[in-house]
Design a protein around this ligand. Structure first.
Ligand code: BG6
Length: 510
């Protein structure tokens, strides 16, 4: 018989590298360092990591780009980005120490530039003690992946020496359909083995998203009802109030489904629907996600189970805002969707017959991301229809952002002499329950990549499976009309409401 002290929790992995640990000697090269993402997210996150003492003493950051910058100009640029975007306070001593490890190499994606980069990294390995450990961050559109990977390979930067490592971190969009994703995977995997490839889906770095696993697998109360016997349907919503001004170059022709559903929302579905992994080692977690993604398919006919829209001018709160077609840089006849909704089903014993409704949109009523598991009605209702008129469906709602937390919605008696049952919410809020502030998604993901902790990075197979679900929907849309217009500040096109109402359901209005 085992005593409590002998018992080993199978879900506890003593090698979990996400414990607050300092990354070992390393450097990072960022391609696309002058782009929006680097300025707004990556550079502030690197400073925040340094401020939390999680980077090695000799951490070295190399910017690579066309500008003719010297070290000082690059430092000024990074400092502005940090001052504007860092989560933690600016501390001069931390900054001075970090900035000593900044370098900028000017160049194109040609031989000359990469020869210079490779020579510089060799110098830095000895002057900064980076130990030959380099992460290459591709914060550039996928059209450049091939040239960059080819050059990295040509100059030998992909090949680690004895005890060192080389990794590549890749930003989405990872292709525009399954075929192109496969081609990109082939390009990248020809140079870096899969275990050296870290594909970023920044939603997986969010605290609340990781809490899905804690909620499901650390507790007893949810598991018995987390299945088709009790759940009527699942709604996964990522709504944004911002428009697309300034993002035409990336977004026009891409649209909401490729931008958000293919990656963030399908990853959320995987975490909600997967079975318990045998450990939280990357391979075990990824295996469960792959299994559930393999079992997930879109629901036909798409004329009834999907919806798409494009925002027109309208009132966003007290501000009158432009429609997409008037936004700078967009084609005035653009047919790019800014709202997308679809119905997926997970063909497993746990989820048979439970629709998963995914929706995302720009210029909607407010910014909110949530996952709602909506319950079936009680099998018998002892209260008459007057008494229970204000009773809706029970729900567990994981509030991803803002106001991070979990809500349980159920019916309760309204105080008074009559019997009246109405919906109430029981809330857990991160802000109230904990004093620590959550790290930004990019802080966690950059640190994880330096620590070789790959659980929060989708594999090539996950990416390709997600495209396989979306491709038929995108193809249907391409051949059938145009996105329906919706006014900015509303909750999307009428067809999205019709998509649910024809099944007797309604979207939540968060
Ligand atoms: C990005 C999308 O991946 O996520 C953007 O490309 C979107 O269109 C952004 O605005 C939203 O991220 P967050 O973390 O603010 O919800």
């Amino acid at each position: 018989m085992t005593s409590p002290s002998d018992w080993v929790n199978p879900l506890r992995d003593d090698k979990d590298k996400r414990l607050p640990r300092i990354a070992g000697p390393a450097g990072m090269v960022i391609f696309g360092v002058t782009g929006d993402l680097a300025r707004k997210k990556l550079l502030p996150a690197i400073y925040d990591l340094a401020n939390r003492g999680l980077l090695p003493a000799g951490f070295t950051l190399v910017g690579y780009g066309r500008r003719q910058w010297d070290k000082e100009a690059f430092c000024d640029y990074v400092k502005q980005a940090v001052e504007a975007g860092a989560r933690t306070p600016f501390r001069e001593n931390v900054w001075m120490h970090l900035a000593q490890g900044f370098e900028f190499v000017s160049g194109d994606f040609d031989d000359k530039g990469f020869d210079a980069l490779s020579a510089r990294l060799k110098e830095l390995d000895s002057s900064r003690s980076t130990g030959g450990n380099w992460a290459f961050y591709l914060s550039v559109p996928p059209d450049y992946f091939s040239d960059i990977c080819h050059q990295i390979e040509r100059v030998g930067m992909a090949t680690p020496t004895d005890d060192s490592w080389r990794r590549v971190i890749i930003e989405k969009p990872f292709g525009h359909n399954q075929e192109s994703a496969r081609e990109l995977n082939e390009i990248v995997n020809a140079v870096f083995p899969e275990d050296a490839v870290f594909r970023i889906d920044h939603y997986l770095g969010k605290e609340t998203v990781q809490n899905i696993m804690a909620l499901r697998f650390a507790n007893q109360i949810y598991e018995p009802m987390w299945n088709a016997h009790y759940i009527d349907h699942v709604q996964i919503t990522m709504a944004e109030d911002i428009g697309l001004g300034g993002r035409a170059g990336y977004y026009d022709g891409i649209g909401a489904a490729r931008d958000v559903i293919q990656n963030h929302l399908i990853q959320l579905l995987a975490l909600v629907a997967m079975e318990e992994p045998s450990s939280f080692r990357p391979s075990a977690l990824q295996a469960e996600k792959i299994k559930v993604l393999q079992a997930t398919t879109p629901v036909y006919p798409f004329s009834k189970t999907t919806a798409r829209g494009q925002y027109a001018a309208g009132w966003q709160g007290s501000e009158y805002v432009k429609g997409l077609r008037e936004e700078e840089g967009f084609d005035p006849n653009s047919t790019t969707e800014t709202y997308a909704a679809c119905t997926l089903e997970v063909n497993s014993r746990r989820w048979a017959g439970v629709p998963f409704y995914l929706r995302t949109g720009k210029r909607l009523g407010r910014r909110v991301t949530e996952i709602a598991l909506v319950f079936k009605p009680a099998p018998h209702q002892p209260f008459d229809s007057n008494q229970a008129a204000a009773l809706g469906a029970n729900a567990v709602v994981i509030r991803v952002q803002p106001d991070e937390g979990v809500t349980l919605r159920f019916g309760s008696k309204v105080p008074g002499s009559t019997m009246e049952v109405r919906d109430v919410n029981m809330d857990f809020s991160y802000a109230q329950a904990f004093t620590e502030e959550s790290p930004e998604a990019y802080e966690r993901l950059i640190l994880d990549a330096l620590l070789d902790e790959s659980s929060l990075f989708p594999t090539n197979e996950e990416v390709e499976l997600s495209w396989a679900m979306l491709d038929p929907i995108l193809e249907y849309w391409e051949n059938n009309g145009q996105p329906e217009s919706y006014a900015a500040g509303t909750w999307g096109p009428e067809s999205a409401d019709a998509m649910l109402s024809r099944t007797g359901r309604t979207w939540r209005r968060p």
